[in-house]
Every structure is written in C-alpha cells, then in structure tokens.
Design a binder for this molecule. Structure first.
Ligand code: HEC
Length: 208
C-alpha cells in the first residue's frame, strides 16, 4: 500500500519544480527589465508563482506574527485590513512588564506584533509592498538574502527573535521567490513599524 502511494506521489514535486522553472524561464525570456530604467513598472510574476507564495505564507505562519490580531466576536482574530502589515504604528507600547525570576521569559502584545524578551523589544515588520514603510523597494534577491542570513537586506543589522530565521533560511530559491512574489501582490499598507528597543533602554524605561 505505502509503496504504491509513494510511487504515485514521488514524481509530483519534481513535476511541480519543472513547471515552476519553466514558467520562470518564460518570464525571463519575455522580460526586457534588464535594460529598463529602475523606475519602470516591474513586470508582474506569473499567477501560479504568486499562488504558491500565498500557500507558503499561509502554511509558514507569517501572518501569525505579521498580521495584527484584533478582538472579534469570538475573541482575537487576524485584522485582515492590515494583512501582513506588521506592528501597528499607532499602537504605542508601554514598557513591558518586568517578569519575576523564573522560567517565564517573553511577553507579547495583544496584537501578537510586539515581543519583549532578553533581546529587548522587537516589532514585526511591514511585509506589504508599500514603498516607504514596507517591502515595496526591495528586490527578490534582497528578500532572499534577508531570509537566508537573518540580516536586514542580507547586510544590515541582525533580525531579532521571534522571527524564525533558523527555520526559514531552509526555504529553497524557488520558494523564496514565490513568497516574495505573493508579498508584492497583496494590498500595500502604509504603516511605519517602530525600530527595536535594546534591552538596556527597555530596562531604563521600565524603572521610570
Ligand atoms: C514568531 C513570529 C514571526 C513569524 C512566524 C514570522 N516573523 Fe518575520 N519577523 C518577526 C519579527 C519580530 C520581526 C522583526 C525583527 C527585528 O526587528 O529585528 C520580523 C522581521 C521580518 C523580516 C525583516 C524585515 C526587515 O526589514 O529586515 C522579514 C523579511 C520577515 N520577517 C518575513 C517573514 C516571513 C516571510 C514569514 C513567514 C514565512 C515571517 N516573517 C514569519 C516575527 C515573525
């Protein structure tokens, strides 16, 4: 039984990968972006790449942290008007409560978008294509480099917990390209996420 299931399903990922690669080739063949000025509109990626990206973002749980929760009729629910737009700019967080000594380590905002721990306070990033406050100005390569190295744009500051870089750095190139294509296809939300608060500054603020 198991053997027959395996033999049916085994060729599938290969077939999918070939299909994706073929689409990528077609896209590159049609594109004249290499010679175009940087200001030209980006050619839109094929619909199946965006769809694959949506699937990876949904299964990868990006929205758990990057889409703020709001209180709905049955309790907290993702605020879909702010899909993947990160910690809401208007929600100014007071200093995190100081935890007693013991095994509790982290506190999190009701939105699930601000996290306090030994690293200070981190706020989930705006992943929408807004040019000023989101990933609108990013290239697919900068996105992939960020996810692989755990550094902003692949070269900047270290990305703090709880962003699961140790898991996501294992996405392959095709997956990262698909995730980026999907993120660039969702509605842009203008939302400037605060910069992280280092542990020392957090401790000083809490004493006041
Ligand atoms: C457990 C919570 C959590 C999950 C799940 C999560 N993130 Fe994050 N992410 C964060 C936090 C917090 C930050 C901000 C860290 C910082 O400022 O140093 C962040 C930062 C980022 C950044 C860096 C932005 C920049 O400007 O450098 C990218 C890109 C990103 N996340 C993409 C994703 C994607 C794509 C997924 C799903 C595949 C995802 N995240 C899932 C918590 C999470």
């Amino acid at each position: 039984m198991i053997r027959s299931v395996t033999s049916i399903s085994a060729p599938l990922p290969f077939a999918v990968a070939v299909a994706v690669a073929a689409v990528g080739l077609t896209g590159a063949g049609l594109s004249t972006a290499a010679d175009a000025p940087a200001t030209a509109a980006k050619p839109s990626p094929p619909a199946d790449r965006i769809e694959r990206g949506r699937y990876l973002v949904d299964t990868g749980g990006c929205g758990d942290c990057h889409t703020p929760l709001k209180i709905g009729k049955k309790g907290p629910e993702p605020d879909l008007a702010r899909l993947l737009s990160g910690h809401p700019e208007a929600l100014k967080m007071p200093p995190a409560p100081k935890l007693p000594a013991g095994p509790w380590l982290v506190t999190v905002a009701a939105t699930n978008t601000a996290w306090s721990g030994p690293w200070g306070v981190s706020f989930t990033a705006n992943l929408t294509p807004d040019a000023e406050t989101g990933l609108g100005g990013w290239s697919a390569k900068q996105f992939a480099d960020t996810m692989r190295t755990g550094k902003h744009l692949g070269v900047g500051r270290e990305i703090l917990p709880p962003m699961p870089i140790p898991a996501y750095k294992n996405f392959n190139d095709v997956d990262l390209e698909a995730i980026f294509a999907y993120l660039q296809s969702i509605p842009a939300v203008k939302n400037r996420v605060p910069t992280p608060v280092p542990p020392a500054a957090e401790a000083t603020a809490a004493k006041k």
